[in-house]
Design a protein around this ligand. Structure first.
Ligand SMILES: Nc1ncnc2c1ncn2[C@@H]1O[C@H](COP(=O)(O)OP(=O)(O)OP(=O)(O)O)[C@@H](O)[C@H]1O
Ligand SMILES: [Mg+2]
Length: 245
């Protein structure tokens, strides 16, 4: 198992009720998992718990068999850099070039002083070039990120994740800001990276049709609890009602 959670529980400090309650699942290498759920169901909270951006208030997270909850310092840094993150809003630095944004993915591999001065090695620049080629953006690598289209920006963000050489990519609604055609092309790219680079994917989506088309497994969350975990073909109207009612 690549990643496993047991009795995962998350209650925000000022909230009355927990946001996530008793979540249990394991994710194997190579899976393409889509998480579905209504707005407020807890999808983003789950993603943030998984890479310890927030500390869960209960339960355990296992990474390749080892509990990560208490990891700090170097262990936490190593854990985070083996997980690529992709967001709805791309999280690029607009005034910097596509290439420079991709290089940001290498910061976690550099000694602090080199990272501070952004002194990238030639090998980092080579990796960034390769990643931009992989996502089809070689021709705009020197363009400012804020001059790129939404689809191109998300491809830059994917390239930034790729230079981490991650084992897992967590994506929080990666196509929610894109038009339907661009959404599909970005999902196609994630799928091909999943297959060819063998990077496991866990992706929050709003769109049921996209989920069914791309996922090898769907996890449905309603009010912080898992109400479905299975094959996309088994997501019928009854299941959708459980997830979305
Ligand atoms: N920092 C926070 N402090 C307190 N409560 C929070 C915080 N972040 C999220 N919540 C609450 O946790 C619940 C789940 O939020 P979350 O953002 O995880 O849902 P989501 O499924 O990602 O929704 P969406 O589809 O709208 O992105 C909501 O009720 C939200 O108000
Ligand atoms: Mg969310």
């Amino acid at each position: 198992m690549l990643l496993e959670i047991k009795k995962l529980h998350m209650k925000y400090r000022k909230a009355k009720a927990p946001t996530l309650e008793d979540l249990n699942f394991g994710i194997g290498e190579g899976e393409f998992v889509v998480i579905l759920g209504l707005s407020g169901a807890g999808k983003s909270t789950l993603i943030r718990c998984l890479n310890l951006l927030i500390q869960p208030t209960g339960g355990e997270i296992y990474w390749r068999g080892r509990v990560v909850n208490q990891w700090r310092g170097k262990a936490l840094k190593n854990y985070r850099r083996s997980i690529g993150m992709i967001f709805q809003s791309f999280n690029l630095i607009g005034r910097l070039s596509a290439l420079t944004n991709v290089l940001v993915g290498r910061l976690g591999f550099m000694p602090a002083w080199r990272a501070f001065f952004r002194m990238y090695e030639a090998s980092d620049v080579k990796l960034a070039n390769e990643a931009l080629h992989r996502v089809g953006l070689t021709h705009v690598m020197h363009q400012r990120a804020d001059q790129l289209s939404g689809g191109q920006r998300q491809r830059v963000a994917i390239a930034r994740a790729l230079v981490q050489k991650p084992m897992l990519i967590l994506a929080d609604e990666p196509v929610a800001s894109l038009d339907p055609l661009t959404s599909r092309s970005v999902m196609d790219l994630l799928k091909s990276i999943n297959k060819e680079e063998q990077i496991t994917m866990v992706i929050n989506l709003h769109d049921v049709e996209l989920a069914k088309q791309y996922a090898t497994r769907i996890i449905g969350i309603s009010r912080g609890k898992i109400v479905f975990d299975g094959h996309p073909q088994d997501v019928d109207n009854a299941v959708l009602e459980r997830i979305y009612s």
